[in-house]
Design a protein around this ligand. Structure first.
Ligand SMILES: Cc1cc2nc3c(=O)[nH]c(=O)nc-3n(C[C@H](O)[C@H](O)[C@H](O)COP(=O)(O)OP(=O)(O)OC[C@H]3O[C@@H](n4cnc5c(N)ncnc54)[C@H](O)[C@@H]3O)c2cc1C
Length: 468
């Protein structure tokens, strides 16, 4: 749906106010694509709700008129998740950004879905609390819930799903439900709150969330170690976890990325397979003990450089370079588009997946950088290519497919954290088999007219398992 009728447009102005409805070219283009190389699709109009009641009226109307609806957080997805494939209305949540309640004793906070997680953490800084999932980019809580985002600290702190206590969700048709509760545990019926986690805006719009928080540690220790082989680096990951060092981050970088980060950021990293590690603790002494164990584990595996006790400035430089790795790769290959492989496997298979991925990069002759959240078996491979060169883009697609299929064969998943969006839907049947039919039934029950973020998660209709 590329355009709305005058009456439809006026309805939206009546609900949201004239200044919160925009069908101009620039607003539509800004909401037509995400961080990925997936092609842009423009919505007919963008709206900026201020409160849940407006969204309820919108979804009642949209179901009645069969108007496609795509929720939008910050648009930082990497699989085309918020691209409005069928046009219609994009619902930009960013103005619903209030922190509503804080319960420091319960370590819980209630927020509107459009709040940025960094802004939330900034507002919590004097409480000694924080919301740990960190996807690196400026993302909204609603987008993180919808993608079940995680990031470099997942190895210790878990994913967004682990922090969701309670959600307010507006369903297609306009019904508003409140699901979950604030108790630390509950075995009360189906866990509907978690049904919406990872649903990528295909089941409804999350408007409010009660989230768990974690205590901010007082002491940090950053370590960088270079290894003689990727195999040794991966073994170190397993051993560090098995020895109970409880790392807060364990990131693997392969030499081409280390070289790039050195060049662009003026760093001096060893240009061998590298581990970036972070440990946190309540005292400097406890961290010294952890450091000794980490040093021994790495030495036994032949680590050549083991730089520990990095000062805050160095630590921040290294972590900000790592956090910006995807941006850096994109910026240094101007004119090309990004494709990201985000498969995850059990820890025992991580080394095999990394080695296979490095072979795919070499074999394809394309630009690709291998790295990953090694502590949770999550590979990232950032490919750069030109979608306007079909032969070249196809080579990337083939290599990406080979890696994802390998990950699934190894007992893993097509996507560790970025979600399915448009890019990974073709792998859903291979990964989920008959469960896909159950997912389609859930989708059809909650969204019988298929208005919510159409074209995402489910494979194309030709596969036989799709939602209406
Ligand atoms: C440089 C870079 C690095 C990244 N690194 C990581 C990483 O380490 N880990 C990781 O997990 N991700 C990573 N990402 C991906 C991305 O940042 C996350 O997936 C993030 O959670 C997306 O949030 P967003 O607010 O941008 O949501 P959007 O991209 O706007 O939307 C994401 C999905 O959520 C839906 N949605 C948005 N708001 C709502 C709502 N209120 N209710 C229902 N559905 C909604 C959208 O329709 C879409 O399907 C990275 C992205 C970039 C650009």
């Amino acid at each position: 749906m590329k355009q709305l009728s005058q009456a439809q447009f006026e309805f939206l102005q009546g609900v949201f106010g004239a200044d919160k409805v925009n069908s101009g070219d620039s607003a539509r283009k800004l909401h037509g694509r995400d961080f990925s190389g997936h092609p842009s699709h423009l919505p007919a109009v963008v709206v900026w709700p201020q409160e849940t009641g407006q969204i309820s009226r919108l979804l009642a109307w949209a179901q009645e008129e069969a108007v496609p609806i795509t929720p939008w957080g910050a648009g930082t997805s990497t699989e085309g998740n918020p691209i409005p494939l069928a046009g219609g209305v994009v619902v930009d949540m960013v103005e619903m950004n209030r922190v509503l309640n804080l319960w420091p004793q319960d370590m819980q906070v209630e927020v509107e879905a459009g709040v940025g997680f960094q802004d939330l953490n900034h507002s919590l800084r004097h409480e000694g609390l924080f919301f740990p999932p960190d996807p690196g980019a400026w993302a909204t809580i609603g987008g993180m819930i919808a993608n079940n985002a995680s990031g470099i600290r997942t190895v210790k702190y878990g994913m967004t799903k682990d922090y969701v206590q309670e959600l307010e969700v507006v369903l297609p048709g306009g019904r508003v439900i409140d699901t979950g509760n604030r108790a630390h545990k509950s075995s009360s019926g189906y866990d509907l709150a978690r049904l919406f986690v990872g649903s990528e805006g295909t089941l409804g719009i999350v408007t409010r969330a009660v989230l768990r928080l974690a205590g901010m540690p007082e002491h940090f220790l950053a370590v960088v170690a270079g290894f003689p082989s990727t195999n040794a680096a991966c073994q170190a990951v397993t051993e560090l976890i098995r020895h109970g060092t409880d790392p807060a981050a364990l990131e693997l970088l392969t030499p081409p990325l280390a070289r790039l980060l050195n060049r662009v950021n003026g760093l001096d990293l060893p240009e061998s397979p590298l581990l970036f590690m972070e440990f946190v603790g309540f005292s400097a002494r406890s961290l010294e003990e952890v450091l000794e164990i980490a040093r021994e584990v790495c030495a036994e595996l032949g680590a050549q450089g083991f730089e520990a006790g990095l000062g805050k400035v160095n630590r921040d430089r290294i972590w900000s370079a790592r956090n910006a790795a995807a941006e850096t790769i994109k910026q240094t290959h101007a004119g090309l588009e990004i494709m990201i492989t985000d498969a995850a496997v059990p820890m025992s298979a991580y080394e095999e997946l990394i080695a296979f991925s490095e072979q795919q990069v070499t074999g394809s002759g394309q630009v690709g950088y291998v790295f990953g959240h090694a502590g949770d078996g999550n590979l990232h491979l950032v490919w750069m290519g030109d979608p306007k060169d079909p032969a070249q883009w196809q080579k990337l697609e083939q290599a990406n497919r080979a890696i994802v299929e390998k990950a699934i064969d190894l007992g893993g998943t097509a996507t560790g954290e970025h979600g399915v969006g448009m890019g990974k839907s073709k792998f859903m049947l291979a990964e989920h088999g008959a469960s896909m039919e159950v997912m389609a039934q859930i989708k059809d029950t909650l969204d019988p007219k298929g208005i919510m973020n159409p074209g995402k998660i489910f494979p194309a209709a030709s596969t036989g398992v799709h939602s209406s």
